[in-house]
Design a protein around this ligand. Structure first.
Ligand SMILES: [Zn+2]
Length: 64
């Protein structure tokens, strides 16, 4: 019989590489990758490059 109190514990994902990535990201070393979705920033009225970190998902724009 299964006890009601039995809880299936989720296995913690082994993400050693992600942990290392977070360390790098935390240190400011993001892995920026250009995103093609938004080549033009209307607000700034000029061409910008949207960059996204492939590890933590942070984004930033870079004026050309
Ligand atoms: Zn990052």
């Amino acid at each position: 019989m299964t006890h009601v109190g039995d809880v299936v514990r989720f296995q913690r994902p082994k993400a050693s590489d992600k942990a290392a990535g977070r360390g790098l990201c935390a240190s400011g070393f993001h892995k920026w990758e250009a995103v093609k979705e938004k080549p033009f920033d209307v607000k700034q009225g000029k061409l910008v490059t949207l960059l996204r970190c492939t590890r933590c998902g942070a984004t930033r724009t870079e004026a050309r």
